[in-house]
Design a protein around this ligand. Structure first.
Ligand code: ARG
Length: 572
């Protein structure tokens, strides 16, 4: 891909001048202002400063060493020392010719594939999944797919919350108040009811709290009856989670869950104590981060005063297992922003427990989903919104719109379109914003046919497909070159070439919204092209070239949407 060639030449030129430079950050990016060029690098400025050179002089020296006349106009220096690159039409054309032949789709798979573990979704047993878990599920899966598209090895692990103190109360509820019919109807709802009921009773009555503790100890000690009930709760919950995952078409390689690490927890605490990392404080084992600016004030507890390990201890054991089993270069955790402190502590603790582990530990956090009132998204009666209900509503709303637009389509097809559009809309709303920002859940915005939405992009894809339906069985000729003499053709071509660069940015920063924006712009460029450049009515070589541009655009929209975890449809 051209940007890789550019990048490699740039890096080599830098090394010729500064043989010891760290070139891993010498990267080519899309030029934010198309009028200055197609690609840009801002990496030379920092590099020059670190080496006490004048940035503009350094940039001039670098330009002297790069040989890119084959595919670039003369490189320009801008501002304090940016380099701007503008492609020659011939180079663009040659890249498109290869893409039209199916040789590539403007990205390159990694020369040195990395292994990445991604921990996402991770709901809790006996509690319904809610909108917070959907954001983790959707973001995590899109990241996994992007890393895989670029040739990396990904292990996805659903770290289900299947262990912990809540099971004491749940066991009391199960033994004393279980409504079998309700359990059959909606297991998670019934388990949630039991938990709330006992939790309430515990506040009022010390003896119930005591019996919950007793049940918990029995479970931990391996009591057969309690273990069997616990197993049952896990199976029922997982069954319901799996229904959601299969509707969302989301998969995992592993679902180990917290309980998988039970036998290791005591050992972890012992090691932390022996290494002098954990110390006793009021009967608990605690880790202080005195040398850590941000964490100084909040110690992490690894063993409570009653002797029980906790979420942090479990995560330490989990990370150790992941390191041993998969030897990843990176572990990514996708959760909401409220867990930032937990992961900061976890990472700092792991650094001390296993110095030189060499893994990049990455908490990919996201903001809250809010209702129209700006408060956490709830039902009218103030309850947490269940995922299954949300997905149903998305499909129903999309069905109404589709039926209004296309009353003549067969009912089955309308349902299928509504399923893809409705679920796509929910997914896309989770993906398209800056993940650190909260976002307001709004049906009308996410289902709109205009704007940066799933329906808009899915529709753009169907438009491309309809061109090829009109062709019937006419076979497509291969263009030998692309003239790109119309403004809109050129803009579309340049945008197509950037796909690989955008994928790199997505994995670098774990931000699928870059891909969303890219596809949205792609649809815009395609629209302008299709409006201004006749395709089916064009003649000869022009027709061949434009049809090829349509075909590549369609492939790219499809690959892009699928990488985000969306399905596509042929018409809507
Ligand atoms: N079960 C947790 C929750 O619902 C999320 C777990 C995230 N993963 C982890 N390794 N801590 O909040």
């Amino acid at each position: 891909m051209i940007h890789f060639v550019l990048q490699e030449k740039l890096q080599r030129a830098v090394l010729e001048i500064l043989p010891d430079a760290d070139i891993s950050s010498v990267l080519i990016r899309p030029c934010p202002e198309p009028k200055f060029g197609d690609y840009q690098t801002n990496a030379l400025i920092g590099l020059a400063k670190r080496n006490k050179l004048n940035p503009r002089d350094f940039a001039t020296q670098v330009i002297d060493k790069i040989e890119v006349t084959d595919f670039c106009q003369p490189i320009e220096i801008a501002g304090p020392g940016f380099l701007n690159f503008r492609l020659k039409i011939d180079a663009l054309s040659a890249t498109l010719v290869d893409a039209a032949k199916g040789k590539h789709l403007f990205y390159r798979t990694a020369l040195k594939p990395r292994t990445i573990v991604i921990d996402y979704s991770s709901p809790n047993i006996a509690k319904p999944m809610h909108v917070g878990h959907i954001r983790s599920t959707i973001l995590g899966y899109a990241l996994a797919k992007t890393f895989r598209l670029l040739g990396h090895k990904v292990v996805t692990d659903n770290h289900i919350g299947d262990w912990g103190t809540q099971f004491g109360k749940l066991l009391v509820g199960w033994k004393q108040h279980l409504d079998h019919k309700a359990l059959e109807r909606d297991a998670l709802a019934e388990m949630e009811r039991l938990y709330k009921l006992v939790n309430n009773d515990c506040d009022k009555d010390e003896s119930i709290l005591a019996s919950a503790r007793k049940e918990l100890v029995k479970l931990q000690d391996g009591n057969t009856e309690n273990r069997a009930i616990w197993r049952k709760m896990i199976n029922l919950s997982r069954h319901q989670f799996d229904e959601i995952y299969s509707r969302l078409r989301v998969e995992f390689d592993e679902t180990l869950g917290e309980s998988f690490y039970n036998n290791r927890l005591k050992g972890v605490v012992d090691e932390l104590m022996a290494q002098g990392i954990a110390e006793e404080s009021e009967g608990a084992q605690v880790v202080f981060f005195n040398n850590h600016k941000a964490l100084k004030k909040q110690p992490a507890i690894v063993q409570k005063s009653d002797g029980a390990a906790n979420y942090t201890t479990t995560d330490l054991a989990t990370l150790e297992h992941r390191q041993k089993t998969w030897r990843p270069s990176e572990v990514i955790y996708v959760t909401d922003g409220r867990q930032q402190l937990h992961f900061q502590q976890l990472f700092a603790l792991y650094d001390r427990w296993k110095p030189n582990h060499g893994i990049k530990l990455n908490h990919v956090w996201f903001g809250a989903i809010l209702g129209e009132d700006g408060r956490p998204f709830k039902t009218r009666s103030g309850e947490i919104i269940r995922l299954a209900d949300l997905l149903d509503e998305a499909e129903q709303r999309a069905y109404k719109t589709v039926s209004k637009k296309n009353p003549d389509l067969p009912k089955d097809e309308r349902h299928e379109i509504a399923r893809v559009v409705g679920l796509g809309a929910i997914k896309y709303a989770d993906l398209s914003g800056n993940r650190h920002s909260d976002y307001v859940f709004n049906w009308d915005t996410m289902l709109a046919l205009v704007g940066n939405t799933a329906p808009y992009l899915l529709y753009a894809f169907t438009r491309v497909r309809s061109i090829f339906r009109k062709l019937g069985d006419e076979s497509l000729a291969q263009p030998e070159s692309f003239a790109l003499d119309q403004l809109e053709e050129l803009a579309l071509a340049k945008h197509l070439l950037r796909f690989g660069l955008v994928l790199e940015q997505v994995v670098d920063e774990c931000r699928p919204n870059y891909l969303c924006n890219y596809l949205y712009e792609l649809a815009g460029h395609f629209g302008a092209f299709y409006e201004n450049c006749p395709v089916l009515q064009a003649k000869g070589e022009t027709r061949t070239q434009r049809l090829a541009l349509c075909k590549i655009t369609g492939q790219l929209l499809q690959t892009g949407l699928e990488t985000l975890g969306l399905e596509t449809i042929e018409r809507m």
